[in-house]
Design a protein around this ligand. Structure first.
Ligand code: ATP
Ligand code: MG
Length: 443
């Protein structure tokens, strides 16, 4: 196992060393380069204090992103690099930041504050790998293992519980037995963690290749910060369309969806309205009238509580509200969707519908997928053609209508959308002459 530092990382380390300090690449970057994964960002740890770091990089822009916690960000070629002073952390009473950090002079102290063995490996070209907790062995074994006593570490900062699940989900690693038991025992502590920290880890967890295993095995952990999911556990759907209970269906739908955080969060919550809307018909089959609408509203409440950005909440809401729509492979219908949802959300809708169908029983599967395929190919055809489906591509605009003598105001929008409807329905060609002629008549 060897590490080839990018030039900029060597530059940062050498700059500190030339000023008489120690510096190591540490954490995720070392972990990921040892295991041949793409490195997201290079982080560094040093015995220089924040002021000393700023002095060493005085010819660069530096950003004080948390001097109190020892972190200075250096901007090189428009990229940010975080350099943090060796430190040991106190408790995380507000579960956001450690209450107090103590700067230290030894790399060993700094490594001991880190969460898992695989995240506590340091490297520089001069010293080589520093691996005091057998992180390299655990990388080879594919194991997430706490440094020290898991109960103590999860009590200090409960976010580590979710981080363990996130790494297991993305890397497909197993969670070492004591760490796993402690995750279950300490899960309630997650309710004290700041929602902004939870949502970042949850998104990464959901986008992991092994998310299905984690959501099944650790569902009670998810239920700590989304208690609404527990009504899905073991919930019998009682329908020909389904061969799994609601949670297993949900997990399979998440896994079938491309690894995008909006899509996967949508699938996690898409059927959350089912348990509250269930009704059994005379034959004993269950139905869930309006579960899309209730589910969309519940998802909005959940995601706002977890402080997701509003674009994210809105997208998930729209997708859940529409997830069960039976879209016909009909040109006008598809254009109406493209107009109303926008092409971005519409293509996301098609993608989650496919994932949903593939998580259901085989009952009518071929028919459902066949229809969806036709919708998709007609949608792609419309996109590639220059056929009009939105006001942007309509052959007339507001100014043209004003030229006809209409006072500007709300009426202009009404006329334009009436014209767009006619074009979408195929009742008018999308040409200026035809549209203006028709507009004159309705005015
Ligand atoms: P990613 O690849 O997603 O960035 P990462 O492991 O680098 O994963 P970061 O949040 O960037 O995660 O954290 C960098 C390093 O800081 C971690 O590898 C770990 O050593 C340490 N760390 C981060 N969060 C915690 C925490 N809550 N408790 C202890 N150590 C942590
Ligand atoms: Mg990182």
């Amino acid at each position: 196992m060897k590490i080839v530092l990018p030039e900029v990382a060597s530059f940062i380390i050498e700059t500190l060393e030339n000023n008489g300090f120690e510096c190591f690449a540490v954490g995720g970057c070392v972990r990921d380069s040892l295991s041949g994964r793409n490195v997201n960002d290079w982080d560094f740890t040093t015995n220089a204090t924040p002021d000393e770091i700023e002095n060493c990089f005085s010819s660069f822009t530096t950003i004080d992103i948390g001097k109190k916690y020892g972190t200075i960000c250096v901007v090189i070629d428009n990229k940010n690099y975080e350099i943090t002073t060796y430190r040991t952390d106190g408790d995380y009473a507000d579960s956001r930041h450690p209450d107090s950090v103590t700067f230290s002079t030894t790399l060993s102290d700094d490594l001991s504050r880190r969460d898992f063995t695989i995240n506590a490996i340091a490297y520089n070209d001069r010293v080589g790998l520093v691996d005091e907790y057998n992180g390299i062995r655990d990388l080879e074994l594919g194991v997430i293992r706490c440094i020290g006593d898991p109960d103590v570490r999860f009590t200090e900062d409960a976010l580590r519980i979710l981080r363990a699940l996130r790494f297991a989900s993305t890397f497909g690693y197993s969670i070492e037995h004591n760490t796993s038991v402690s995750i279950i025992n300490n899960r309630d502590r997650l309710s004290m963690v700041a929602p902004e920290r939870i949502n970042k880890e949850l998104s990464k967890l959901l986008c992991g290749d092994h998310v299905d295993f984690i959501l099944r095995r650790y569902r009670d952990v998810i239920a700590v910060f989304i208690p609404e999911v527990s009504s899905m556990f073991g919930f019998d759907q009682n329908s020909k369309h389904h061969n799994k209970d609601l949670w297993r269906h949900t997990v399979s739908a998440v896994k079938n969806t491309p690894p995008d955080e909006v899509l996967r969060t949508t699938m996690l919550l898409h059927d959350i309205g089912k348990p509250m809307t269930v009704f059994n018909d005379k034959k004993g089959a269950s139905h869930f009238p309006n579960h899309q609408k209730l589910g969309a509203a519940m998802a909005t409440t959940i995601l706002k509580r977890l402080k997701y950005p509003s674009y994210f909440v809105n997208d998930v809401n729209t997708l859940i509200e529409n997830h069960d729509n039976r879209i016909k492979p009909d040109t006008a219908e598809i254009k109406r969707y493209m107009r109303d949802l926008g092409t971005n959300i519409f293509s996301m809708l098609l993608s989650i519908q496919r994932a949903d169908i593939l998580a259901q029983s085989m009952y009518k599967r071929e028919e459902k997928i066949g229809t969806l395929d036709k919708v998709l190919s007609e949608y792609l055809r419309i996109l590639e053609s220059d056929e009009c489906y939105s006001l942007d591509s309509l052959a007339v605009n507001g100014k043209d209508i004003i030229h006809l003598g209409v006072q500007s105001g709300e009426i202009i929008g009404k006329i334009l959308s009436e014209l767009l409807n006619k074009v979408i329905e195929g009742k008018l060609p999308n040409t200026k002459e035809a549209l203006l002629f028709y507009a004159k008549n309705i005015i």
